[in-house]
Design a protein around this ligand. Structure first.
Ligand code: TUI
Length: 330
């Protein structure tokens, strides 16, 4: 299949968007759900996979037993491919990797580090490895390490961010590697999907929009905060720690920003952040917790089933594709 393999069904026919990413993963649409810690549980991952995308369990800093339990939840609901996101700063990294291998998880994505040393063992059992990168240098290194594809994530995204925006990052990564690239950061609808393909990506990953999926078990207060958010409502804090994080602005981010302004040590700033993601996402404390979300929060309009998110994305992408074609002699 050509690298720009975007095929849309005609009116009435089953819609499809095919690419090297959908083919590699054995899914209907090259749409991945971000593996968000404390947010992307087995319930959400199962719903996204069942709807034809790739659902991904966010393992964050959870113990290995929790990860196994969520994998079993997905397997009980769907026989379609799914993934687990491995947060490489997790204290339980080795145990979680062991569970991935024992459970023969079809796909893993990774974040916040370099997963190079785990690639051979995962490839041995046929698990597809798709790291998130925020730079061309890491993309090149991981292609050499033998990964199957890459997610190029711009700093529009929620959570831990790099320094480059999606629009400049994706084409530079695409030009630097031969393996398929998936775009992430700032994608929320069919226009974003078509734009990602225009940049040379062959799939998209979305987190923030899937937080407002009906099946997402995040606190309803977090969903409400996203629905109320406007374009300028996210901030990045934590530059002083070397782990900058994008969140919806609240009392917690204001306190972090004050500490960084006043020159508190990175250790003090890290300490304030401990446990705050769970506080927001599980307990629903959207003032004192860390409500990680992307800049597209302002564009998320409703709570709806994961299947509806995917269906409308594909429909919009088709409409945008036709609209664009009118501007060019193709
Ligand atoms: O990982 C994410 N997003 C995340 S992880 C997370 S949990 C967390 N909480 C507090 C502090 C830090 C993490 C919340 N959101 N996205 C993928 C991502 N990976 N974005 C950026 C990166 C990245 C950054 C630097 C990947 C590799 C890297 O350098 C590694 C190296 O060795 O060069």
């Amino acid at each position: 299949m050509g690298r720009f393999g975007l095929e849309m069904g005609s009116e009435g026919a089953a819609r499809m968007i095919q690419s090297n990413v959908s083919q590699l993963l054995g899914i209907e649409y090259p749409i991945l759900q971000g593996g968000m810690a404390w947010v992307a549980t087995g319930e959400l991952a199962a719903a996204v996979s069942e709807a034809g995308g790739l659902g991904i369990i966010g393992s964050g800093q959870a113990p290995a037993d929790w990860v196994r339990q969520e994998i079993k939840k997905v397997k009980a609901v769907t026989s379609k491919p799914f993934g687990v996101n491995i947060m490489l700063m997790s204290p339980f990294l080795d145990e979680v990797m062991q569970v991935i291998i024992e459970e023969r998880v079809p796909v893993i994505t990774t974040g916040a580090g370099n997963p190079g040393k785990y690639v051979p063992a995962l490839k041995d059992i046929g698990t597809k490895v798709i790291p998130v990168v925020a730079s061309v240098a890491l993309a090149r290194r991981l292609e050499k390490a033998g990964v199957d594809a890459l997610i190029a994530e711009g700093m529009e995204s929620g959570g831990h961010v790099g320094e480059i925006s999606t629009l400049p990052l994706v084409p530079q990564v695409v030009d630097a590697v031969k393996i398929p690239v998936i775009a992430a950061g700032g994608i929320v609808d069919g226009r974003g999907l078509v734009a990602a393909f225009a940049l040379g990506a062959e799939g998209v990953q979305m987190g923030t929009r899937f937080m407002c999926a009906e099946e997402c078990t995040v606190s309803p207060k977090v969903k409400t905060m996203i629905l109320k958010a406007k374009d300028r409502d996210t901030v990045v804090t934590g530059y002083s720690t070397g782990h900058p994080v994008r969140c919806l602005d609240n009392r917690f981010t204001k306190e972090l920003a004050r500490m960084e302004r006043e020159g508190h040590t990175p250790e003090e700033v890290e300490k304030i952040g401990a446990g705050k993601l769970r506080l927001a996402m599980v307990e629903g404390d959207t003032e004192n917790g860390s409500v990680m979300a992307g800049q597209v929060a302002g564009a998320v309009r409703k709570i709806e089933p994961a299947s509806e998110i995917i269906r409308s994305l594909v429909e919009e992408a088709e409409r945008e594709w036709r609209r664009l074609a009118e501007h060019f002699s193709i």
